[in-house]
Design a protein around this ligand. Structure first.
Ligand code: NAD
Length: 476
């Protein structure tokens, strides 16, 4: 792997100073390395996107839709390679890697359909005042910088790339340095489809490369997914240039279980919400609020279910949960185990790293966690669940909403009227009722409060890459 950056339709070697090591987290060992892009190369990528913009934004919507369908088809052709790479580099169990690939394919297909509908959205606007006509034009925002994290590399990039290209934007994508090989597929697909040079550029690198992109004055918009600390730096760069920004940030989401639930079903939802992708989900439901009447029956079964999960190497073992994706993440989760010990939290299961090679931790459950605990309030980004009991619906809503984040929540109840009422009262961007982590491309994704600005997916995901122009004419 030397030519790892895709700029102006060509694969080039990195000229930056950072060496990027690509690791297998189940072994804790690197399997590839290459040099990051330099600041100059970020410049070149933005310049390539700028020079490709005039032609790309005037292609017909159906032409762009054909490219997007091509992306969907080509992802399908690379199915086995991309699934294996996600298992190897992310540590994802096979069925999770498959779902990610299918999600990316569905995203390109969906935005191809929306692109085909674009011409009918450019409409005449009826006016109350006679003597004038007015029409709306939806135009691409322009050159967009896309910065993404490592936890769902194929998916997070697809959620940005597909609507941006559908809208007629040109892009510079910066994948995470932790999983930089997976998104190379998008460059290879651009090559295979003969996407015009410069429409899609990919620069790999660490913080320096990300900062060079987010502070670049040649961008018209930034769309960032990642941590709150980096998100606020990206927002600062955007604000310095009064540039629009979409931010998809962290979460500390609640799962609220009422006492009319089937215990086994509730346990299944709770486990999935905290152990899928080894808990490395912005949308992990890591705060369990369980009603008094069911808590004593539920907690022991939850403890047993977490204890019984098969944790291991997705490439060599039958597993339910893989390792954490990076050593940095493993150290971070371990530091929360230490904090839990210092705080004297009641650990019902796990609370430790596994004694084997690789970056493994046990699925973990702490019970009766005080509201002031760092484990209750901070995003851990691992399979670490904290539980508290509640008495009333009002208390559950108040405790769920008592967070600086507002990404998602899950409500489990046999009383659907109550579940809908609670869903409406929760201060988050997405609520699941009696289901877990199901994200459909037609809906929307994004958070309230500290979880971000803007929405991805659905029609709003496309609007994020469009600007609105009205043309008003005096009929004389
Ligand atoms: P991160 O913020 O460390 O990195 C995200 C991206 O930003 C990476 O590509 C990184 O190289 C780049 N970056 C780092 N420093 C930068 C800088 N100074 N300027 C510009 N770019 C920079 O996040 P991560 O550890 O990769 O991902 C985990 C975080 O992402 C979690 O907080 C998680 O909740 C969040 N996340 C949110 C969503 C969502 O949809 N809301 C989805 C996935 C992940």
């Amino acid at each position: 792997m030397t030519t790892s950056h895709y700029i102006a339709g060509r694969w080039v070697e990195g000229q930056g100073s950072d060496c990027i090591s690509v690791n297998d987290p189940a072994l804790g060992q690197p399997f590839a390395e290459f040099m990051a892009a330099s600041v100059d190369q970020v410049d070149q990528a933005v310049a390539a996107a700028r020079s490709a913009l005039p032609a790309w934004k005037t292609t017909s919507a159906s032409e762009r839709a054909a490219y997007l369908r091509g992306f969907a088809e080509q992802l399908g052709q690379r199915r086995e390679a991309l699934i294996t790479l996600q298992m190897r580099n992310n540590g994802k169990p096979r069925h999770e890697a498959e779902i990610d690939l299918d999600d990316a394919i569905a995203t390109f297909t969906y935005y191809a359909e929306l692109a085909e509908q674009l011409p009918s959205k450019n409409r005449d606007v009826p006016l109350a005042v006679p003597g004038f006509s007015a029409r709306t034009r939806l135009e691409p925002v322009g050159v967009v910088g896309l910065i993404v994290p490592w936890n769902f590399p194929l998916v997070t990039s697809a959620w940005k790339l597909a609507p941006a290209l559908a809208a007629g934007c040109t892009v510079v994508l910066k994948p995470s340095e932790v999983t930089p090989l997976i998104e190379q597929a998008y460059g290879q697909i651009a090559d295979a489809l003969r996407l015009p040079a410069g429409v899609l550029n990919i620069v790999n690198g660490k913080a320096e490369t990300g900062a060079a992109l987010s502070s670049h004055n040649g961008l018209d918009k930034l769309s960032f997914t990642g941590s709150n600390s980096v998100g606020s730096q990206v927002m600062r760069s955007a604000s310095a240039q009064c540039r629009p920004v979409t931010l998809e940030l962290g979460g500390k989401s609640a799962i609220v279980v009422f006492d009319d639930c089937d215990v086994d079903q509730a346990v299944e939802w709770i486990v999935a919400g905290i152990t899928w992708n080894a808990g490395q989900m912005c949308s992990a439901t890591s705060r369990l609020l369980v009603q008094d009447g069911i808590a004593d029956a539920l907690l022991p079964r939850l403890q047993a279910a977490l204890n019984n999960l098969r944790v291991g190497n997705p490439l060599t073992e039958e597993i339910d949960m893989g390792p954490l994706t990076s050593q940095a993440q493993w150290l971070k989760v371990a530091s929360y185990f230490a904090t839990a010990r210092e705080e004297g939290l009641q650990c019902l299961v796990g609370g430790k790293a596994l004694d084997r090679d690789g970056w493994f931790v046990s699925p973990t459950l702490y019970a009766d966690v005080p509201k002031g605990s760092r484990l209750w309030t901070e995003e851990i980004f691992g399979p670490v669940l904290c539980a508290r009991r509640f008495a009333s619906e009002e208390q559950a809503i108040a405790e769920a909403n008592d967070s600086r984040f507002g990404l998602v929540a899950t409500v489990c109840s046999a009383d659907l009227e109550r579940a809908e009422r609670v869903a409406d009262a929760l201060e988050v961007g997405h609520v699941w009722i009696n289901s877990v982590q199901a994200v459909f491309v037609e809906t929307s994704w994004g958070g309230t409060k500290g979880s971000g600005i803007g929405r991805e997916l659905g029609p709003r995901g496309l609007s994020a890459y469009q600007s609105v122009k009205h043309v008003t004419r005096c009929l004389g």
